[in-house]
Every structure is written in structure tokens, then in C-alpha cells.
Design a protein around this ligand. Structure first.
Ligand code: CNA
Length: 363
């Protein structure tokens, strides 16, 4: 996957800053900017020429820019094709830490590994030289005994209701599989712990085999070539994303009627920019602790359709909704408002009981 982009995430404050400028100076600035924008449009063809037209088709997709607006849209759209995109935030309530949450995120707990920088632990180049920090961390992250969350079962319910076009996840914890989402509905964009491979001879290995070594504190070495390290099939920085990701993203996003993004900081590319691949009139609902993935200042200035736009004064606003809070609470609320609340609660209880029984009764 690509390195994270250090985008200017202050883009949303630009209007507040503008309000402190006198109307006259702001008008002068605006007209200057508009001239520059037109110049770039005409000379450099930087801006999508279909923009004006698509602005029109963007009008009126949601009755109101709230969760209720999204609920009405789903109810009115008989056969709404929904894509869900998720990140580590849908698994934190299962006990798996995310990367970037302050204090609880993994990036804040890596001091003991003595890394050149936090991301190094997931960089292929660093792993080839020193796999130990990754395997030490893997002991904490191994998908053992973790139960899928309300958010995972909400996604499954979307599938059971025939509304899920596809679920794209950055997570490597396999909880979507454990929640019963069928493989054809799932794109594990950053790979998975489910399988592994020798970095030298490519011999395949299973999760139970890798797990045994990792739990023993041994670096898994290939039994075929007896040389290579066996790395779980998770995508490190510097590695290509699975072909399935590119193939299906190319088809799915243009067909989606609604995009729901949950529990991601939307900073890892190319996953983060999937939000731009739906049609211009496709509503996008973010369920997250914080606003993320917003249009940056340059894109806004150039009129580029990039990023989520929650600011109603922006030219590209009108279809993005942010529901801020816990993913599980947001998903349960969505289910309640869609009339599936009890069904979701019963599904979670049934599945958790059956997982507890499988693992010898532990809660
Ligand atoms: P991230 O960058 O750590 O962002 C997580 C986002 O979710 C942040 O915006 C948080 O505020 C938000 N968040 C955390 N908990 C909740 C919650 N309960 N409710 C609502 N919002 C919440 O993680 P991303 O997924 O965006 O980053 C991509 C990386 C993280 C991928 O490469 C993953 O492989 C990697 N990762 C995966 C896991 C996992 O598989 N569970 C765990 C840790 C990291």
C-alpha cells in the first residue's frame, strides 16, 4: 500500500478563517482565485469539465443531510446498492486497538520496539531486515478469541437484506469472515492474517501453523526452503494491493447508490480515495469518532471533486453526512431506524453465544 499522505486536514476551517476578513478584501481575493481557477481549467485541463453538469445532478439526492435523510433515501430506494468501507475503528470494541486513536492506538505503544518510525513495523523493507518487532506485535493482534462487533453484524445484515453490493475493509483481523460475510461480498484491501507465504519460495501456510509459531515467540521460518521467513498475507507499506481490490473497485463504485464509511482515519492510499469513485450524486455517510477524509484546500480551490464535503457552503456539498460517535452505536441506530434493530440485537447475541460455545464457553 502507498505511504500515508500527510494531507492538510485543516481544510474545513478555511471558511471560518475567511469570515475574519473584510468582505471587500475577500471579494478581491475570490475574484483573483476564480481567475486563477479558470486559467488552470482552460490551460492545464486540471479540472473536470463535467463539473458544472454534475453539480446539477448532485442536487436533491438526500432530503436532509442527516442520518434520517440517509434512512429515508434507503427506504425510498427499493433496491439500494450499498458499499461499506471500513477500518480499524469497527474492531476496537472487540478489543483490537486501531493505529491512530490517541493513547489507545498502536502507534502510541510502539516505543518498546525501538523503531526508526512507527510505520516501520509494517514496512516490507524493514521487515526483511528485522521481522522480530512485527511478530512481537502480531502476538497482540492475532485473531484469537476476538468476537465481531455490532458493526460487523450490521454489515452482515445489509447482505442478508440484499442491500450489500460489497464490503471493502482495511482490516486484517478476519472478523468480517467470522461474522459470516460471504467471501464474494468481501474485499480485504490490505490482505489478511488468514493465510501466509514464505518470502523466499512463496510456499503457502495456514493461520493455525503461523499462530503456533508466533505464540511460541518463534519467527516462522519456511519448512520447504528452510530459509525464508513466513509472512502473513497482510499488505505492508511498499507492497501491491491484491488484484481483487483493483478489479472489483473498478466495477463496484460506479454502480453504488450509497457509500457507508466506518471507523477509518482515511489516510492510507489508495483505499482512502475510493470515496471519490462513486457517482457524483451518490450519498456518502461517515460513521466515525471524528471527521476524516475531507476535501483539502488545494482540491477545494481548484474545484476538484476529491474528499468528503461536510461544509454546506462548499460547491460540492449536498450529499455527505457525518455521524460522529462510536461505530457500534451508529450502526445500531441505523438498524433501529430501518426497523431492523431487534433483528440485529438477536443476531449479535446468537452469534456471540455460538462463538463462546466453540471456544469452550469463555465470554
Ligand atoms: P486508524 O488510522 O487507526 O483510524 C481509525 C479511525 O477509527 C480513527 O479515525 C478513530 O477515531 C476511529 N475509531 C476508532 N475506534 C472507533 C469506534 N469505536 N467508533 C468510531 N470510530 C472509531 O485505522 P485505519 O483503518 O483507518 O488505518 C488503516 C490501517 C490500520 C490498515 O492498514 C489496517 O490494516 C490497520 N489496522 C487494522 C487493524 C485491524 O485489522 N483490526 C487494527 C489496527 C490497524
Amino acid at each position: 500500500m502507498d505511504k500515508e499522505t500527510e494531507e492538510d486536514r485543516k481544510g474545513d476551517n478555511s471558511d471560518e478563517e475567511k469570515q475574519n476578513i473584510s468582505p471587500e478584501s475577500s471579494d478581491i481575493e475570490d475574484s483573483g482565485m476564480e481567475r486563477l481557477r479558470k486559467f488552470l481549467t482552460q490551460k492545464l485541463r486540471l479540472i473536470d469539465s463535467s463539473d458544472d453538469q454534475s453539480d446539477e445532478s448532485q442536487q436533491g439526492t438526500l432530503r436532509e443531510l442527516t442520518l434520517d435523510g440517509v434512512i429515508d433515501y434507503i427506504k425510498e430506494h427499493g433496491n439500494c446498492k450499498i458499499i461499506t468501507m471500513a477500518g480499524a475503528g469497527i474492531s476496537t470494541s472487540a478489543g483490537i486497538p486501531d493505529f491512530r486513536s490517541p493513547s489507545s492506538g498502536l502507534y502510541h505503544k510502539l516505543d518498546k520496539y525501538n523503531l526508526p518510525h512507527p510505520q516501520a513495523i509494517f514496512e516490507l523493507e524493514f521487515f526483511m531486515k528485522n521481522p522480530e518487532p512485527f511478530f512481537t506485535l502480531a502476538r497482540e493482534l492475532l485473531p484469537e478469541g476476538f468476537k465481531p462487533t455490532i458493526s460487523h453484524y450490521f454489515i452482515r445484515l445489509l447482505w442478508e437484506k440484499g442491500l450489500l453490493l460489497r464490503h471493502y475493509t482495511q482490516n486484517i483481523d478476519t472478523l468480517e469472515r467470522v461474522a459470516g460475510l460471504p467471501a464474494d461480498k468481501l474485499v480485504e484491501a490490505h490482505g489478511t492474517f488468514h493465510t501466509g507465504r514464505c518470502l523466499k519460495c512463496r510456499a503457502p501456510y495456514t493461520l493455525p501453523w503461523m499462530k503456533e509459531k508466533i505464540i511460541e515467540g518463534v519467527i516462522p521460518k519456511c519448512e520447504e526452503c528452510e530459509e525464508g521467513v513466513v509472512k502473513p498475507d497482510i499488505v505492508f507499506f511498499g507492497e501491491m494491493l491484491p488484484e481483487r481490490f483493483h478489479l472489483l473497485a473498478g466495477r463496484d463504485f460506479a454502480q453504488a447508490d450509497l457509500l457507508i464509511i466506518m471507523g477509518s482515519s482515511l489516510v492510507v492510499q489508495p483505499f482512502a480515495s475510493l470515496v471519490d469513485r462513486v457517482r457524483n450524486n451518490c450519498p456518502r455517510l461517515l460513521i466515525n469518532n471524528e471527521k476524516v477524509g475531507m476535501q483539502d484546500r488545494l482540491s477545494r480551490f481548484l474545484g476538484l471533486r476529491q474528499g468528503l464535503v461536510f461544509d454546506s457552503r462548499s460547491a460540492h456539498s449536498g450529499r455527505d453526512v457525518a455521524w460522529l460517535g462510536d461505530c457500534d452505536t451508529g450502526c445500531q441506530l441505523l438498524a433501529d431506524k430501518l426497523g431492523w434493530g431487534d433483528e440485529l440485537r438477536a443476531l449479535v447475541q446468537r452469534e456471540h453465544e455460538s462463538l463462546s460455545a466453540e471456544s469452550g464457553g469463555e465470554k
